[in-house]
Design a protein around this ligand. Structure first.
Ligand SMILES: Cc1ncc(COP(=O)(O)O)c(C=O)c1O
Length: 378
């Protein structure tokens, strides 16, 4: 490759132009994403720690402390004590580390993992990478995993059961308490994927809180600050109940400042941990509760208005996700996409799915409803 250098101004102008090609959360048209515009304090904090590499922690003790503090805060939000974990590249890496630990602990040749049909697609990649056989349990009529189906899937080869607290498609919470009973009975590792729900459920008034480390069987949890935590990407979170679990995921490093590394990604920015830390410190629990309450009241508003307009909800929303159908949902989805609304169409449920993230304001909802109702009539 051959290229000449350019002036700072040229570089920045070119980047500015290119940046304009990207969609912006502020426009209120992105309704399909579980990420949002990072909180201003998160952006500021991120910029302060551009130098930091948590892959070589001995050089960056300040960043290490920030990461420890946010893991402690996330753990206590999820009723864990003395947990250990990391701010990783996302929910995929967090789920990967959990299953790596479970697999290595069990040391079973033909290892199997029990997943619900609604488990995140990251588990498909992970099972392939770790050579695990996924065994799928069916869903009940509320789209939660059917615990009796999970029980039937347990075999001598089961190394882990996965529950999801806030499924990516419908925002449903699996019956984690029942899964915990099954895991205890069969002495199997239980991981809860709360990548999305982990920073929503603790702030809700109505939803039962028994989805987390308050259940002794829950050995690890995924909770992603780069989703409802409004941190800068990449900021996923993996938390292990027991620090001894880390022994099953550690790799010896021949030349770095720490003898072991525990994450899949080697060189990783400490700026992510700083951005999470800043949002937590700035908003506190009350600030998060306010934001989640707003998202939830927007969710209720959208759900009610859609029903009034004759659309059918797939399920009443538990978290800030609305999934609905019309007479011809696929066609409606295509037309809404043409009108510039970035919605997801989910073939499996034949529904349109809207994630009500903090950037989706009431004024955007009115515009969306108007378009959806008009388009449905065409
Ligand atoms: C429940 C759940 N788990 C895992 C993931 C994967 O997270 P990431 O895309 O950050 O790797 C997602 C992403 O939306 C998710 O919703």
């Amino acid at each position: 490759m051959q290229f000449e250098g350019s002036s700072r101004k040229t570089v920045l102008n070119e980047l500015k132009k290119t940046c304009l090609q990207d969609k912006r959360y502020d426009d209120g048209k992105i309704l399909c994403s579980m990420c949002t515009k990072p909180h201003p304090i998160a952006q500021k904090a991120y910029m302060m720690f551009l130098n930091s590499n948590l892959g070589d922690p001995g050089l960056f003790p300040g960043s290490v402390n920030l990461e420890k503090e946010v893991i402690d805060q996330l753990s206590s939000l999820l009723h864990g004590e003395g947990c250990k974990g990391f701010i990783v590249s996302g929910g995929t890496e967090a789920n990967l580390l959990a299953l790596l630990a479970a697999r290595n602990m069990a040391r079973i040749a033909k290892a199997e993992v029990i997943l619900s049909e609604s488990a995140h697609f990251s588990f498909t990649k992970i099972c392939s990478l770790l050579n695990l056989k996924p065994v799928y349990a069916t869903l009940d009529s509320d789209f939660k995993v059917d615990a009796s189906s999970v029980e039937k899937c347990v075999s001598q080869n089961t190394v882990a059961i996965i529950g999801t607290a806030g499924t990516a498609e419908l925002g449903v919470i699996d019956p984690i308490k029942r899964l915990a009973q099954i895991a205890t009975e069969h002495k199997v590792y239980l991981h809860v994927d709360a990548a999305f729900g982990g920073l929503v459920i603790p702030f809700l008034h109505k939803v039962p809180n028994d989805f987390d480390f308050s259940l002794p069987a829950v050995k690890s949890m995924t909770v992603d600050p780069h989703k409802m935590g409004m941190a800068v990407i990449p900021a996923g979170g993996i938390i292990f109940r027991d620090s001894k679990t880390l022994d099953y995921i550690k790799t010896e490093t021949p030349y770095l400042t720490d003898r072991y590394q525990y994450t899949f990604v080697g060189t990783r920015t400490g700026a992510s941990a700083a951005s999470v830390w800043a949002v937590f410190r700035y908003l506190g629990v009350d600030g998060f509760r306010r934001i989640v309450n707003t998202c939830m009241s927007n969710t209720q508003f959208l759900a009610v208005k859609l029903k009034e307009a004759g659309f059918k909800l797939v399920v009443e929303p538990t978290l800030n996700i609305v999934a609905f159908r019309s007479k011809d949902t696929r066609v409606l989805a295509e037309k809404l996409l043409q009108k510039g609304w970035f919605i997801s169409y989910i073939p499996r449920y034949d529904c349109i799915r809207i994630v009500l993230m903090p950037h989706f304001k009431r004024r955007h909802i009115h515009l969306f409803l108007k378009d959806a109702i008009e388009t449905q009539k065409l």
